[in-house]
Design a protein around this ligand. Structure first.
Ligand SMILES: Nc1ncnc2c1ncn2[C@@H]1O[C@H](COP(=O)(O)OP(=O)(O)OP(=O)(O)O)[C@@H](O)[C@H]1O
Ligand SMILES: [Mg+2]
Length: 332
């Protein structure tokens, strides 16, 4: 099922090639996926029922939640589909939509029911199913949570072609930005009464304090039964400016590498000074949308250059030294 050579550390190693930082979340997700498949194998051998541990990814917008799941799906050779909770909340036919997700999972498994039944479903924007602030919980959001509950805990679902898909061994990963959760947590958390005499204790306390509790999610607007099905929580941190610089330059498919390739196809070498990436990171950081705005800022800089490059077959190299000055060949 899961390739025998895959271990939590090798999953993290692979994620590292594409996702910058978020080390804690990488580990949690890697262990969750690894144990999930170990559990399925064990329960086949021993007929022991081992409860499944679905995963919840929480963190600010643009910090890599969706990216991490998509990267993960490329590594592991199990059927993997992504769905969006927002569209589930907007439809009148929630159950049909959910059936469609499972149908897509079956398609990904090339129609092999057994493989689909041990696949992974990633449901993004799960926080959109919450109650609007100060209002009774939205009916649609809550009914979607109930509908999802059923498949998350395991149920045979009848698909269009009258085949049944059992969701018991499907791993569900839910993701969301959960804006406002931090305020709830700072209100409800605190283990001040436990002694903090040494550094170890302080570390444990720190971990407990940053841990998202089901009651926090309930107060945020998810129904308790739903949060109860998501026992593993991984939190994503805000991206710092140095991390934004690394995102621009380090991943295998980083924006810099992509554009170097584009220029190479024009017969031109593209070289960009580190300072330029720092300037871009600075602006992106102001926008507070994580890494999401990096591409737009970069493209704004590069578009006028890409406009003239095809007209200059003599050009061998473009060297950018600042976000705010044109490269030398354009000034000439
Ligand atoms: N940690 C990261 N490492 C590398 N690239 C990142 C990272 N975080 C974000 N990015 C870049 O920013 C884009 C947006 O990130 P992503 O879609 O994963 O955000 P998200 O956490 O799912 O946000 P949202 O809550 O708004 O859905 C990605 O496509 C990727 O290019
Ligand atoms: Mg996302």
């Amino acid at each position: 099922m899961l390739d025998k050579s895959i271990k939590p550390s090798s999953i993290v190693g692979y994620l590292d090639e594409f996702v910058i930082g978020q080390d804690e979340a990488k580990k949690i997700l890697a262990v969750a996926v690894y144990s999930h498949y170990r559990k399925i194998e064990q329960s086949r051998r021993k007929t022991v029922e081992i409860a499944k541990s679905n995963v919840l990814l929480i963190g600010p917008s643009g910090t890599g939640k969706t990216l991490m799941c998509e990267t993960l799906s490329k590594l592991i050779e199990v059927p993997f589909v992504t769905a969006d909770a927002t569209s589930l909340a907007q439809t009148r036919f929630v159950n049909e939509e959910i059936d469609a997700i499972l149908q897509r999972l079956l398609d990904k498994a090339d129609g092999d029911i057994a493989r689909a039944q041990s696949g992974i479903v990633f449901i993004d924007e799960i926080d959109k199913l919450k109650a609007p602030q100060g209002q009774p919980r939205s009916i649609s959001g809550e009914s979607v949570q109930h509908a999802l509950l059923k498949i998350m805990e395991g149920a045979p679902v009848k698909l269009q072609n009258a085949q049944y898909l059992d969701t018991t061994n499907i791993l569900f990963i839910c993701g969301g930005a959960f804006i406002g959760l931090e305020a709830i947590m700072s209100k409800t958390h605190g283990y001040g009464f436990i002694s903090t005499s040494d550094a170890d204790n302080a570390n444990i306390l720190e971990r407990l304090n940053t841990r998202v509790k089901p009651t926090d999610l309930f107060e945020f607007g998810l129904i308790p039964e739903f949060t109860g099905r998501l026992p593993i929580v991984a939190t994503f941190g805000e991206l710092s400016r140095p991390m934004l610089v690394r995102i621009l330059t380090e991943p295998r498919n980083s924006i810099y590498n992509q554009f170097r390739e584009i220029f190479r196809n024009e017969g031109v070498e593209l070289e960009i000074e580190r300072r330029v990436f720092e300037q871009i990171a600075e602006i992106a950081w102001e926008y507070k949308t994580g890494a999401r705005s990096l591409r737009g800022i970069f493209e704004e800089m590069i578009t006028p250059i890409l406009y003239v490059v095809p007209d200059r077959p003599d050009l061998k190299k473009v060297h950018i030294t600042s976000l705010f000055t044109d490269p030398a060949f354009m000034r000439a």
